[in-house]
Design a protein around this ligand. Structure first.
Ligand SMILES: [Zn+2]
Length: 341
């Protein structure tokens, strides 16, 4: 090899290595971290959800000390299982509490990520009144303001956009507006759009809106994709969207979400070479302010105690597991504007 070629080869090697080191940033409730520090992730869980409705919810509905007493031991169990980063997917007007999450992050030593956005599912009960008459641009402005200045006066910043639409093939005008607002906010902030969706009909309807707005499918997490079909998963993955299979639950024996069901689906997805678009979580928790001592709080352990051992017995390697729980979340949630073309 001539010296010149070796010289260029060395430069190429150095630049590709330094690019590897700079994969991006995640915004946690305690501030920015490099995505390399995310470790093992749970990308869709809850600490607190308040179902009373946008017109009645507020911080007066719960005592932070009580919620912490309930949630901290369960978070520490997750930490024992190796979890380093935890995405709390409760949106505003449904019980999002940035100061609660910050305190839990400090006490547990786990990175916690919160969000901005509006939740349209549930007959629009959780959408604030003012949003009905606002334009997509006005709504986006509220979310972009949280990205720039923090949530209220908490000093906590959102790390992703969380929205929700109804389980219908056609988006209502309000839901189309919320998706458009998410696209505008994404282009201004680089935050990933995580949308409570379910079946593939509304997933593809949302991807179409994003495309119209020039946002790439790589910026979109199809949440609760376990309610879609395998063909839908393949098609969305081919487009570049993230497929969030987020209902792992050992109690769902012989049902979607159960361990055997997950092993079968993930094996099929591995065979099709699309594991690099798959995200896993439990959608578990949480403290419910309407109930005695927060009601029934399910832990975040099934992936580690049940699913991973079952996957390893069924031909999955440590590399596959790391892809699902470490690498994919790094790529999905690194703050970065993702435009089409
Ligand atoms: Zn959820």
């Amino acid at each position: 090899m001539s010296k010149l070629i070796m010289f260029f080869w060395a430069i190429l090697l150095v630049t590709s290595c330094s690019q590897d080191l700079k994969q991006g940033t995640l915004i946690t409730v305690k501030g920015k971290i490099p995505v390399e520090e995310m470790g093992i992730n749970l990308i869709h869980e809850h600490i607190l959800v308040d179902f009373i409705g946008a017109d009645s919810t507020g911080y007066h509905r719960w005592e932070r000390t009580e919620v912490i007493e309930r949630a901290l031991p369960i978070l520490l169990e997750a930490k024992q299982n190796g979890v380093r980063t935890f995405f709390e997917c409760t949106p505003a007007y449904l019980g999002r509490d940035p100061l609660l999450l910050k305190e839990l992050s400090e006490k547990s030593g786990i990175n916690i990520v919160t969000n901005t956005g509006y939740y349209g599912a549930g007959e629009n009960k959780y959408v604030p009144k003012q949003a009905f008459d606002q334009t997509a641009e006005d709504i986006a402005k509220v979310w972009i303001d949280e990205f720039n200045n923090g949530i209220e006066s908490s000093g906590v910043f959102p790390g992703f956009i969380k929205i929700a639409v109804a389980r219908k093939d056609t988006l209502s005008l309000l839901h189309a507006k919320i998706v458009k607002a998410a696209a505008i906010a994404h282009k201004a902030t680089g935050l990933t759009i995580v949308s409570h969706t379910g079946p593939e009909g509304p997933a593809f309807a949302q991807l179409a809106v994003l495309k119209e707005e020039g946002v790439a499918p790589e910026a979109f997490v199809w949440t609760h994709a376990q309610d879609g079909t395998f063909e839908g998963h393949l098609q969305a993955a081919k487009q570049g969207a993230w497929i969030s299979l987020d209902n792992v639950n050992k109690n769902n024996v012989d049902k979607p979400g159960g361990i055997d069901w997950y092993v079968a689906l993930l094996s099929k997805l591995k065979k099709e070479n699309v594991l690099d678009k798959i995200l896993l979580s439990h959608d578990s928790g949480w403290y419910n302010p309407g109930q005695e001592n927060g009601g029934n709080y399910r832990n975040y352990n099934d992936i580690f105690e049940q699913l991973i051992p079952a996957l390893m017995e069924n031909g999955f390697s440590q590399k596959d597991i790391d892809l699902l729980l470490i690498k994919n979340p790094q790529r999905a949630y690194a703050v970065k504007v993702r435009k089409t073309g």
